[in-house]
Structure formats: C-alpha cells, structure tokens
Design a protein around this ligand. Structure first.
Ligand code: ATP
Length: 495
C-alpha cells in the first residue's frame, strides 16, 4: 500500500544507483520502474516550474525545475549548465559554497548531456543579458540536483551545434531523428506547424465547414498519371491516394456544402528537390458556391489570412526562435489578398526577359521570379494566380466559359512558391466524361465519381494545400524536410 492508501501496482525494481546529491551528501536512491515509468515513491510533488516562466519576477525564489542538460562546462570550483526544456533554456550554476560541496560540483559536471534532471535552485537576476539562452535576464543557482534519466554518454548529434546558423547539415539531422526534434528550432517549427493545423480547423469550422475523413487506400489513381504508389491488396492491388480530391467532391454532391480534411497524401514522384516529399500532409478544402467561383477563392484566401494572423499573433516566440537559426523577413500579406490573372503573370515575366508561351506552365525558377516581381510591385508574400491554361490542369477542372484556352483554376503562392492548387470543378457528368476521356483516364475506374454528378450537383470548387510547404515558406526556410518531423522522400523511408 502507498502512503496515500492507494493500492501499489506490481513493481519491477530496476536497480540502485548513486544518483542523488543533496548539499554535497550522497544519497542512495531506488529507481523503481513500472512499464518504463520512473516513480519516486517517497518524493512529494516538487511543484516544478517551467523554464519559460523563469523571469526576473521570480528573483530570490527557491524553485524546482525539471529539464535536460543542454550543455555543461566545469571551471574550477563551479560548473555552468544550460538547462533546456523544449524551445526554452536557462543558464544554471553549481558552485562550491555553503549549499554545495566540491563533490556535488563534480557530480553535476559528470552528468551526461541530454540527461533529464530535477534541480532545486535560487533564481538570480543577471547583470549582463545571456544572449545564448531564451531566459536572458536570470540564471539558476543550484542547491540540489537529481538525475531523473541518464542519457548515454556518446550522442550521435551535438544539439548545440544543430541550432547554429552554420550548424549540422540537414542530412545529419535527418539521420538522427531521435535527437533532431529536440532542438529549440525544431521545437518551435513543429509547435508552429501544430498551430497551422489548429488555425485551419478552427477557421473553417467557424465558417460552417464540416471536417471529413477520406480513404487513403483507393482502387484508381484519383488524378490519373503515373505518380501513384501501388500496394498489394489481398489478391489484387490498390493505390495510395494522391489527394482526397474525388471524395471531397463526392461529399459536395452529397450536400455537405462545405468540407475540409487534413491527412496524408502520397506522391510516387522521384523528385529530389527542396520542396517535394513522397508523403506530405494535405489540407484540403471543397465548397459549393452560389454565383461565381471567386467565392471559393475568397473563402480560401480568407482562411489563409486567418492562419497568417493567428501565427503572427500567437506564435511570435516560435517565429523568433526559428529566426535565430534561420533569419528571414517577416511574412507579409495583403487584405484583401492580391489576385492576378495568369496572363498578367506571364506578361510580368516577359517584361523581365523570360520567354514563354501563353499556355506553358510555370517552371519553378519562373514561379520564384514572379514571386519576387510581385513582392517588388505589391509588397506581399502571398498572392493568387487565377485562370491557368486548361492544358496544364487536371481533367476535372472547369474550362473558362469565355476562353477555352484557359480555365477557372488558380494557384496560391507564399514567398514565390506554390502552396495551393485549386479550381472550379466540372459538375456536369457529360462534360466530366469528355474531359476524362481527353486525358485518357479509364472511365470504368472512376465510375462512381462520375455517377455522383448524374443526380444533380451544385457548382463547386476548392483546393489542396501542402502543410509542410506552408510552414517552410511562412518561416522562410529552404527545405521542406525541415518542416516534416519524419520526412519521406525518394531516398528516405526511415525513421
Ligand atoms: P508542384 O508543381 O510543386 O509539384 P503540384 O502541382 O503537383 O505541385 P498539387 O498536386 O496541385 O501540387 O498539390 C497541391 C499542393 O500540395 C501543392 O501546392 C503543394 O503545397 C502540395 N504538394 C504537392 N506535391 C507535393 C510534394 N511532393 N511534397 C510536398 N508538398 C506537395
């Protein structure tokens, strides 16, 4: 029975180790494990304080903190530690004196980096700002230190190197994914990414959208083309979905009116670029409109603007943390969002010396160049390019009723790179069949999709956004692998 009277679960005693130092005396502590959880049966709740809460207002207080040893440096009778908790870190000091013995300083200096410790310490204001830490105005003067979990002495990656601007290459970071996401930069990136998903969901839910789930194992390639992964499926084979496209449209046909989904999207493209993954997270939107497909564009651009504002207002700490390692200009956007027509974009490029045909798709360099031209002229990092040539869009794209060369389709760009493709979709079964045949798509395989338009379908449109690209471009990063916790690309399937 425990002290509080609750029944003690069956425990496996892991071992005894000298891992506690108190005022220079060494204590013997039982480490008791239960399914990997470390219990301290005799310890009271220490009332742990978060590192980010260590501010000058707490000066003079004796507090407990649980954190990792980020760095440690012994110097004579003292040992300087940097204690890290997610994206926050604080300097700490153990010095020989009234409350700490020589052995305690030695003990602290010998704790391996990345170990998790509990320290009891007095918060002290510092005279000079500590530039290298997130908590720049205070340091901790440690009186007791307990090791909660010891890290192995040899780390595959030096975390303090990883967050320097000229730090470890991405390749090293990717290979050591067990440690990479621990860096303050990664902590900030993935917290911001979580924010993008949350803002996307909240904004659309407030606009009356319904979140839907669509299958990822499908019987036919949704968009045609060869870039689909085939998987064995009992006695036959199936594909991994390249997008939820056909399903979200079928939900519109089923009168859901406005739908969105967040989920994995697979592309079997051997594209070894800074912005292509073979699996990424798709943020997809589809909605019925009343009079004009620009209602759809407005709904999507407003959603993006709400996301940008939410990030700007709620994620400044994260933006600044990432900016320390990867400096970039703050992300700029206009209200209402700038919308240019494709032909205008082509004209701007031609004026800048680019030779291209009216119906030619934008190459990546031209896309980037246009982004720079738009930024110079309109001072925005976010804009829409509307009315793409029909020839470069998927079969379900609605042709422009006034000019068959073009279509009611659009891309959206952040810092000159595509983050969304979308369009008004064909909602007439006859026209859809013709366009599918024109694209050599096996009609039998998309029969249920085409059938859903036979029984009446509202005019509708939507778009697909790549989550990793949005995060990469918002933060001004240069590789989509930095915004994917466990990236999948043609050369990477682990971890
Ligand atoms: P790109 O021209 O850059 O290859 P795409 O035209 O194939 O992109 P869509 O199929 O229209 O892109 O997908 C919609 C969005 O999904 C893109 O704007 C992008 O944000 C994201 N996306 C597409 N392909 C990838 C990929 N391989 N890796 C990461 N994100 C992607």
């Amino acid at each position: 029975m425990r002290k509080d009277g609750a029944r003690q679960p069956a425990l496996h005693v892991g071992g005894i180790r000298f891992n506690q130092m108190e005022g220079g005396r060494r204590y013997m502590v039982f480490e008791v494990f239960l399914k990997g959880t470390l219990f301290f049966p005799c310890e009271p709740d220490r009332g742990l304080v978060r590192v980010q809460e260590l501010t000058p207002e707490k000066a003079g207080q004796l507090i407990w903190v649980r954190a990792r040893i980020h760095t440690s440096r012994a110097k004579g009778k003292q040992c300087f530690l940097v204690l890290r908790q997610q994206q926050f870190n604080v300097q700490a000091l153990v010095a020989v004196g009234e409350r700490a013995s020589k052995q305690m300083v030695k003990f602290a200096a010998n704790i391996n980096k990345e170990s998790i410790v509990d320290v009891e310490a007095v918060v002290k204001k510092v005279e000079q700002t500590i530039e290298s830490c997130s908590q720049q105005d205070v340091e901790l003067h440690i009186e007791r230190i307990f090791v909660i979990s010891q890290a192995e002495p040899r780390l595959p990656l030096q975390l303090e190197d990883c967050v320097r601007p000229e730090g470890e290459g991405d390749e090293v970071r990717m290979r050591t994914r067990a440690l990479g996401p621990r860096t303050t930069t990664s902590q900030a990136i993935f917290r911001l990414q979580s924010g993008v998903c949350q803002l996307f969901r909240d904004t659309l839910t407030n606009k009356g959208f319904v979140e839907i789930q669509t299958p990822k194992i499908i019987s036919a390639a949704s968009e045609g083309g060869a870039n689909v992964f085939t998987v064995s499926y009992f006695k036959t084979s199936a594909y991994l979905a390249q997008s939820p496209q056909l399903y979200k449209q079928m939900c519109i046909c089923a009168d859901f009116d406005k739908v969105f989904c967040v989920g994995p999207v697979f592309r079997a493209e051997d594209s070894n670029t800074h912005r292509h993954l073979t699996e990424f997270v798709g943020l997809d939107i589809e909605l019925a409109f009343n009079y004009h497909y620009h209602e759809v564009i407005e709904s999507i651009t407003d959603t993006m603007v709400q996301i940008f504002k939410g990030l700007r207002d709620k994620f400044q700490t994260e933006i600044q943390t990432v900016g320390k390692q990867y400096p970039s200009e703050p992300f700029k956007f206009l209200e209402p969002t700038l919308r240019l027509e494709y032909s205008e974009g082509v004209a701007m490029l031609r004026e800048a010396g680019v030779e291209m045909g009216d119906e030619e798709d934008l190459s990546t360099p031209n896309e980037k160049l246009l982004g720079r031209l738009v930024k110079e002229k309109y001072d925005t990092d976010f804009y829409v390019l509307d009315k793409y040539p029909l020839a470069v869009r998927p079969f379900y794209t609605m042709p422009d009723p006034n000019d068959k060369k073009y279509s009611n389709s659009y891309d959206m760009f952040m810092r000159g790179e595509e983050i969304l493709s979308g369009a008004q979709r064909i909602h007439d079964a006859q026209l859809l069949t013709e366009r599918a045949m024109h694209h050599n798509i096996d009609l039998e395989k998309i029969k249920s999709y085409i059938d859903s338009f036979r029984y009446g379908a509202p005019p509708h449109g939507g778009g697909g956004i790549g989550l990793e690209r949005v995060c990469m471009l918002y933060l001004g990063l240069h590789n989509v692998r930095q915004t994917s916790m466990f990236p999948r690309d043609p050369k990477r399937l682990t971890p």
